[in-house]
Design a protein around this ligand. Sequence first.
Ligand SMILES: CC(C)(COP(=O)(O)OP(=O)(O)OC[C@H]1O[C@@H](n2cnc3c(N)ncnc32)[C@H](O)[C@@H]1OP(=O)(O)O)[C@@H](O)C(=O)NCCC(=O)NCCS
Length: 166
Amino acid sequence: MSEEMLLPRPVRDSQSEMTEIVLPNDANPLGALLGGRLMHWIDLAGAMAAHRHSRSHVVTASVDHIDFLVPVRVGDLVILRSSVNRVFKTSMETGVKVFVENYIADTAQHVASAYLTFVAIDAQGNHLKVPAVIPESEDQQRRYDDAGRRREIRRGELERRRKAKR
Ligand SMILES: CC(C)(COP(=O)(O)OP(=O)(O)OC[C@H]1O[C@@H](n2cnc3c(N)ncnc32)[C@H](O)[C@@H]1OP(=O)(O)O)[C@@H](O)C(=O)NCCC(=O)NCCS
C-alpha cells in the first residue's frame, strides 16, 4: 500500500448512514423486526464505515454484545449510523447506532448500539495495515478512548477462551 494511502484520516471520512423500511419479510408473524435481520444491517452499516476509512476489502472479526432496547414494527424506518472509532494495526473498531422512526406517529427512538471489529484484507486475503483515524470532536475522542479499553477486554476474553480449549 502506498504511503499516501496510509495517511491518517478524520472520523468524518468514514461516517455512514443507511436507512431501511421494515417489510413483512423482515418480521416475525406478529409484525416485529427479526433480531437477525437487524444484526445483518448492523454488520453492513459497520462494514461501510470500515470500507470508507480503509479503502480496502474487510472481514468482520467480531461483534460485541447487542441489546435490543425497543421493538421495531413493519412499516417503521430503521436508521443505522456508523463510523470508525479507532484503528489498531490491521483491525479497526466501528460503532453502529440504530434508531427507529415512525413517520405516522412522528417518533424516533434509540434501538441498539453495537461495536464491530473489521480486519482489512487484500484480494488474496492478506491482512493490510489500516491508516490511523483522527478524532475531531469530544464524542469522537470519547469513543476512541473507550475503543482502546474494549480492545483490551476482547483480547483478554479471547485469551481466556484459548486457554480453556487447551
Ligand atoms: C478475523 C481474522 C481475519 C483474524 O485473523 P487471524 O490471522 O486469526 O488474526 P491475527 O491474530 O493475525 O490478528 C489480526 C487482527 O485481527 C484482530 N482480531 C483477531 N481476532 C479478533 C477478534 N475475535 N475480535 C477482534 N479482533 C480480532 C487482531 O487483534 C489483529 O488486529 P491488529 O492487527 O489491529 O492488532 C480471521 O480469523 C478470519 O478471517 N475470520 C473469518 C472472518 C469472516 O469470515 N467473517 C465473516 C463472518 S462469517
